[in-house]
Design a protein around this ligand. Structure first.
Ligand SMILES: Nc1nc2c(c(=O)[nH]1)N[C@H]1C(S)=C(S)[C@@H](COP(=O)(O)O)O[C@H]1N2
Ligand SMILES: [Mo]
Length: 218
């Protein structure tokens, strides 16, 4: 269920093709060739660089938890075991870092934010994502819905490694990769925008790689 029709009508043709390629059900769960579509100013890498603003937090699965808090103070919480019991998806997507590397065809496993938001009653328009270690990043709640975002715990058929955000990270591949918070633990839903770690020091609030929204004012 990816609700492609919700956004495709408003997007330029190149972006529409890109999204369709990403979410084509026939490619779920196995590698696909690179889309060949590179956002402006980016170059392709075959490696998988590690970019972390601080030390890698080590979180035991017994104490790990993920929660969504709403603007009314309600808190929805999942233990590791509860997260693992939810329906999984295997998105294969291209990722784009603001430092200009892009990686095509990355294969992940995780739980869709649509699944996690199913029982969450909210009128919030914004989300502030919190990680173990203190990293934060902000985005509109709409960008977490409709098949566009996951809490990912698998990469390339294996558990996600700590340096890439394991046990679990946010994956929001349609925005620059700094929005994909590693070691995610909470999503705070808000009626007014609060900026995250990079957004507060001059990076773009939204960060659309196709519009090259790297810095505030782009
Ligand atoms: N918690 C946390 N998440 C983070 C970061 C970070 O420093 N801390 N860096 C961001 C940036 S700038 C990028 S490009 C990607 C890098 O992910 P990777 O190290 O798996 O390539 O993670 C994003 N998520
Ligand atoms: Mo980045």
């Amino acid at each position: 269920m990816h609700h492609a029709a919700d956004w495709s009508a408003t997007k330029p043709r190149a972006r529409q093709e890109h999204r369709v390629a990403i979410f084509s059900p026939g490619f779920q769960g196995r590698r696909r060739p690179a889309s060949g579509l590179l956002p402006p100013g980016q170059y392709v890498t075959d490696g998988f660089p590690v970019l972390s603003a601080g030390p890698t937090p080590r979180v035991s699965l017994d104490s790990w938890e993920f929660s969504i808090t709403t603007e009314t103070g309600a808190r929805h919480r999942w233990s590791w075991t509860e997260l693992q019991a939810l329906p999984r998806e295997k998105p294969t997507v291209d990722i784009h870092c603001v430092t200009k590397w892009s990686k095509f065809g990355t294969a992940w496993e995780g739980v869709s934010l649509d699944t996690l938001l199913e029982g969450v009653d909210t009128a919030a328009g914004y989300a502030l994502v919190h990680s173990y270690g203190g990293y934060t990043t902000n985005l509109p709640l709409a960008d977490l819905r409709n098949g566009k975002a996951w809490v990912a715990f698998g990469y390339d058929g294996k558990p996600l490694t700590p340096e890439h955000g394991g046990p679990a990270r946010l994956l929001v591949p349609h925005l620059y990769f700094w929005k994909s918070a590693k070691w995610v633990t909470r999503i705070e839903l808000l009626t007014a925008e609060k900026k995250g770690f990079w957004e507060r020091v001059g990076y773009h609030d939204y960060g659309d790689p196709w519009r090259e929204q790297r810095y505030d004012g782009d």
